[in-house]
Write a protein that binds this ligand. Structure first.
Ligand SMILES: *[C@@H]1O[C@H](CO)[C@@H](O)[C@H](O)[C@H]1NC(C)=O
Ligand SMILES: *[C@@H]1O[C@H](CO)[C@@H](O)[C@H](O)[C@H]1NC(C)=O
Ligand SMILES: *[C@@H]1O[C@H](CO)[C@@H](O)[C@H](O)[C@H]1NC(C)=O
Length: 160
């Protein structure tokens, strides 16, 4: 007990840096739990985010042994327009940035085939973001009813 108290005194400074949703602490600081006053630590943006060009991705250990407030130095990446189906439309719920969802609806007399909701997600092939799934198809209810009749297939077998 006495030992840990002495340790606390010697280690005056800041503890583990702030955990941020949009950025990750640089590897070099990850194992460190004590930081001296005046120390600056750096972050890198999480997937789906891009660094704000004018804001330094750092926080500093202040005189009062707290970390300076982290500014929003990473911005959400923006997905391209999600696309609209023929005979239907896309509903943008909030915006077109990383993490957002869009809904699809079909016009009267049409049925939605596929997924009605897509999300702006990270891409496995690079830093860019993309929409999950594909644009759904709005099928005419009447055409579908006829086309899917199995007994309407022409019978090619001949008796002779
Ligand atoms: C952090 O600690 C882990 C396990 O204790 C070690 O494997 C790793 O190399 C350390 N990383 C750095 C950057 O010191
Ligand atoms: C520490 O100092 C900073 C800058 O002066 C101030 O904004 C913050 O509120 C202080 N924190 C505490 C816990 O006193
Ligand atoms: C989008 O679809 C979801 C799931 O069906 C629903 O909960 C939500 O209210 C819809 N949002 C809009 C703006 O239509």
């Amino acid at each position: 007990m006495y030992f840990s108290c002495a340790f606390c005194f010697l280690a005056a400074g800041c503890g583990t840096p702030t955990i941020l949703s949009f950025a990750e602490l640089s590897k070099e600081y990850k194992n460190q739990t004590v930081f001296p006053v005046g120390k600056t630590v750096k972050y890198t943006c999480q997937p789906g985010y891009v660094k704000h060009p004018q804001i330094s991705p750092t926080i500093m250990c202040l005189e009062n042994q707290t970390w300076s407030e982290a500014q929003e130095f990473c911005k959400r990446r923006r997905c391209d327009h999600p696309g609209e189906p023929e005979n239907g439309r896309v509903i943008v719920t909030t915006d077109l940035f990383f993490g957002s969802t869009v809904n699809y609806t079909c016009n009267e007399g049409h049925r939605l085939v596929g997924t009605s909701q897509r999300q702006c997600v990270t891409s496995s092939s690079g830093p860019r973001v993309r929409w999950s799934g594909d644009v759904p198809v709005c099928q005419s209810k009447y055409v579908v009813a006829g086309a899917e009749q199995p007994d309407k297939k022409p019978n090619t077998a001949r008796e002779d």
